[in-house]
Design a protein around this ligand. Structure first.
Ligand code: MN
Length: 130
């Protein structure tokens, strides 16, 4: 288990129920609190209620895409520095590049490796904060 001082809060934006279930389990097991948004609007509502320390962002969502949502968040000073990690089916470097250009701090391809996922997230998040 990895602990990084205080309990960190994660916002997961993911439209697929099975992916939500899997990621929720992995993140919870590592000692983080997690809220799950099914789409971009739900994510925005949740962030209005309270901010997140890390955002895990699916790219393909119904309505606004994860890339569009990331661009919106980056334009908002409250979320400009929040680590946003894209978690998406990997179809080549173009996808990774698009995610970074939209403002994501890093990219993790699906299917995720449940054993290393949290370490990957924290490494990318740390890099974003530095
Ligand atoms: Mn999706």
């Amino acid at each position: 288990m990895i602990m990084t001082g205080k309990l960190q809060s994660v916002l997961l934006v993911e439209d697929h129920p099975l992916n939500r279930k899997l990621l929720k389990r992995v993140v919870t097991r590592a000692g983080f609190s997690i809220r799950c948004a099914h789409d971009a609007l739900m994510a925005l509502q949740m962030l209005e209620e309270s901010p997140a320390d890390i955002i895990l962002m699916d790219i393909q969502l119904p309505g606004l895409s994860g890339l569009e949502l990331t661009e919106m968040l980056r334009a908002d000073l409250r979320f400009a520095d929040t680590p946003i990690i894209a978690v998406s089916a990997y179809a080549g470097d173009v996808d990774r590049q698009r995610a970074l250009e939209a403002g994501c701090s890093g990219f993790i391809g699906k299917p995720i490796n449940t054993r290393t996922f949290i370490e990957e997230v924290l490494a990318l998040a740390d890099r974003a904060v530095m």
